[in-house]
Ligand binder design. Sequence first.
Ligand code: SAM
Length: 288
Amino acid sequence: NPFALADPAVLKGLLRRHGFTWKKRLGQNFLIDARVLARLIDAAELRPDDGVFEVGPGAGVVTRLAATRARRVVAVEKDACLRPVLAEVLAGLPHVEVVFADVLKLRLPDVWGRFHDCAGVKVIANLPYYVTTPILFHLLEAGVRMDSIVVMVQREVAQRLAAAPGSKDYGALSVAVQYRCSVERVLQVRAGAFLPPPEVDSAVVRLRVRGEPPVAVRDEQMFFRVVRAAFATRRKTLANALTGGLEWSKELCAAVLARAGVDGGRRGETLSLQEFAAVADAWAALTA
Ligand code: SAM
């Protein structure tokens, strides 16, 4: 029964037998709620010929479930003390491999070779909250194919990932992720679903990686510079944020915004992806 480890007594016994001690700094909160586990694994929409890349397998409860539904699973775990635990939990599953490394230091294109015979590649991650954002960008910017990322994050981060323009949670993270993915909130998760319970509530989010960005941008680097500058100073007008953050002259800024059809008196946090793209494109056209 792949859900057996969701029983806290079974999980604790397993960890104790292997002399495991918790490392709080690695965000080790293991899932012990079978309903949440089932929803998490369902959200990944695995097909029998898929490959799964898992970040942070912990005791392997999600890993083992993924193994029943996919052709190949590669899991990356930073804590080598989990080696004997994972060896026991994943015994007899030759299509599952655990790499002991910090995912942020791993060259993902090298790992992706393991998925050569897989139709799709899906990422599942119950992430340590202190490195959620860097890990998401490491995945999205690695230049490797992936269909989706199903990720457990702190509830506030889920709100930021899914936020709409003008809402208080909308920020550079929302734009950067929504540019690459469509974002769906799947499930809210209470702290009691984990052993030990974290101090915050959590949520499962599904990011479907887009084949193409939702807006055409001439100069992607400038697009992201505009986004960062617009959100760097939340109380300033867009015009002031851009002249200050990007060192554009007042004249250039006025011309860019006029061409983009965006009012410089607005706050940066009210712009849509399309409007950020229009500003970056207007800059590219005027300075070409
Ligand atoms: N997937 C398991 C579960 O759902 O029960 C464990 C989730 S736990 C929140 C996060 C796991 O990520 C821990 O096992 C921790 O050791 C591991 N981890 C933390 N930082 C990591 C990193 N930079 N790279 C890879 N794994 C990491």
